[in-house]
Ligand binder design. Structure first.
Ligand code: DGL
Length: 255
């Protein structure tokens, strides 16, 4: 048993989509959310830059006593997860990957759309996952241009955001995709808009939130890290940007 917090880290607001799953399933656990904010977006940065940023962030969470860290960012996972696991080998570090495997198992049209950042789509792990599970499936790789910026600006419901989403999603459906993978933790915040664009067409939209939550639970059990049943959970929100950004993080999480 361990009442220390679980750390959740992302370049900005995106990881809150994972934070919400964790908080819903594990309401007694203390959570520290660190949304960098200052260096967002990560998706266009080099692997080296992201590795450096992720090392600092995870280091700060470890210093605050986190018993486990969830890298709730596909981009940071693609660039740095192995490095982070070596560097902080005394705690479990959970990463996030686009849900390619379930998508390829689910598709009937044999066309799947994967939306993620530039860096994630170029990652070695992603390419080897495609190789392994994507046999016989056409996988359309699409960067959600402007999606991260829209979520960071709280502009999910603006007409210009719907236009961006339409431009990314429509061509995938036209090419026959019946499953769309949200491979960036910012994108689930656009879930309503994506579903509006999909309309009544039979297209499943999936993300990795629930799978990561399950993975966290299995690691809590494996290493006997669950908090006590009467734990009074503390929810903290941190950022490297200013206080205004930090308090927006907190509001967005609890909304
Ligand atoms: N939310 C992140 C991801 O899952 C990164 C977005 C970004 O900073 O570009 O990839």
């Amino acid at each position: 048993m361990n009442n220390n917090p679980i750390g959740v880290y992302d370049s900005g607001f995106g990881g809150l989509s994972v934070w919400r799953e964790l908080h819903r399933a594990l309401p007694r656990e203390s959570l520290i959310y660190l949304g960098d904010g200052k260096n967002c977006p990560y998706g266009t940065k080099s692997e080296e830059q992201i590795r450096e940023l992720a090392e600092k962030a995870v280091g700060d969470l470890v210093e605050r006593g986190c018993k486990m860290v969830v890298v709730a960012c596909n981009t940071a996972t693609a660039a740095a997860i192995e490095y982070l696991r070596e560097r902080f080998s005394h705690i479990p570090i959970v990463g996030l990957e686009p849900a390619v495997k379930p998508a390829c198992a689910m598709t009937r049209s044999k066309v799947v759309g994967v939306m993620a950042t530039e860096r994630s789509l170029a990652g070695r792990k992603f390419l080897s996952t495609l190789e392994r599970y994507g046999q016989g499936v056409e996988v359309l790789k699409v960067v959600g241009e402007g999606f991260v910026e829209a979520v960071e600006a709280d502009a999910e419901q603006e007409p210009r955001t719907e236009e961006l989403v339409r431009r990314a999603v429509e061509p995938m459906i036209e090419r026959g995709a019946d499953v769309i993978v949200l491979g960036c933790t910012h994108y689930p915040f656009l879930g309503d808009v994506i579903r509006r664009v999909v309309g009544d067409r039979e297209v499943a939209v999936i993300d990795s939130g629930e799978a990561v939550e399950k993975r966290v639970e299995s690691l809590l059990d494996k290493f006997d890290l669950r908090c006590a049943e009467d734990n009074s959970p503390k929810l903290e929100f941190l950022s490297y940007a200013d206080e205004e950004y930090r308090s927006r993080l907190e509001r967005k999480a609890l909304r």
